[in-house]
Design a protein around this ligand. Sequence first.
Ligand SMILES: Cc1ncc(COP(=O)(O)O)c(C=O)c1O
Length: 406
Amino acid sequence: MPAPASTLTSAPSAPPTPIAHAAAAFDFWPLDPAYTFLNHGSFGSVPHVLRAMQDRYRDEVERHPIEVLGRQCRERLTRVREEVARFIGVDAPGLGLVTNATEGINAVLRSLELRPGDVLVTTDHVYNAVIQTMRYVARRAGAEVRIVPIPTPVRSPKDIVAAIASSIDARTRLVLVDHVTSPTAVVFPAAEIGAECARRGVEFLCDGAHAPSMLELDVSALQATYYAGNLHKWTCAPKGCGFVWANADTRGRVHPATVSHFLDSGFDAEFDWQGTRDISAWLTVPDAIALWRSIGAAEVRRHNRDLARWAGRLLRDRWQTEPLVELDDAEAEPLLGSMVAVTLPDAVRRGHESPEALQAALYATHRIEIPIIAWAGRWHCRASCQVYNRPEHYERLAAAIERLGG
Ligand SMILES: Cc1ncc(COP(=O)(O)O)c(C=O)c1O
């Protein structure tokens, strides 16, 4: 009998076939093959070919510093912005290049003119640096941060939207959510949250630090007021490539965290020049986008998501614990990206005084790099899945945790 349409079958489950032309992965990335690298999500490695391109741009700047960084800067960065804008589905004049998502989010939050009693809403899956920024801007204004719990395992996008919707009231100024959550690796239903915010007349800041290249991103479909993200995670651009976008109604009010010559000269102009900066990483971004297109971005996304589901089930079954997102039900399908978080067995926690100590032990003793995260009273690991990862990497992790807990 065929399986019911709404249910994914949990077994047998095979890992996805590696993408053939990306199979020589450790030739492609400088990662040390002596280590099992399961943390592309924090800071991935930059492929050799893109590092070489960045070096070329650096050389260009050093050969003609005033010509490139002075006279050509605006035009060159405009071309980068236009490329990024097409890639993520926004208009280039509303796009600002920043060093990272933290800086982009700071620009938006610090530009808000909050009043005493205003409320900023987020969830308990928010990234730590971001909640700190929210607290900082709220306390300066006598405003408040409201944190909405989203229990795990997360089973349905509807549950997330309902929890956020029920926390919006007349005092709410802005809702901020991660598009892909950092501590728990859940893909949030950004379009539905954006629609709810638009319906209620509340601004929506979507933190897409992990989204570009992990998801097929069309920011224009999200009804976001603001969107910030990184190209140095899943797009593999050199580190220091972030962006922030603001819609046409708000961009006149949003200023970079570093104000420079071009205050009130237009959003893009203000962001393009924030003092003397190394622009070589951003100049490399069109090359990074082209690289993923040539490999097959959709195929990579599918491979990584299928590997995440397979790895999540493997770890759950080996450790007899819970993943933080439902892995077997079709309703939960949109919640999964290229990372998966799985609760660790209690025994391994008893043997280590902190998540950092366990993470360091895995690295030192087992040569496995993976973040160990304390969240909602439990410890879990967050496994990333990039095209260079193979099923045996997760088998190795499963065995190492079993040994460390024994
Ligand atoms: C959801 C989220 N927001 C923001 C950030 C910050 O990114 P960056 O350190 O590049 O500013 C991260 C980093 O992992 C993240 O996961």
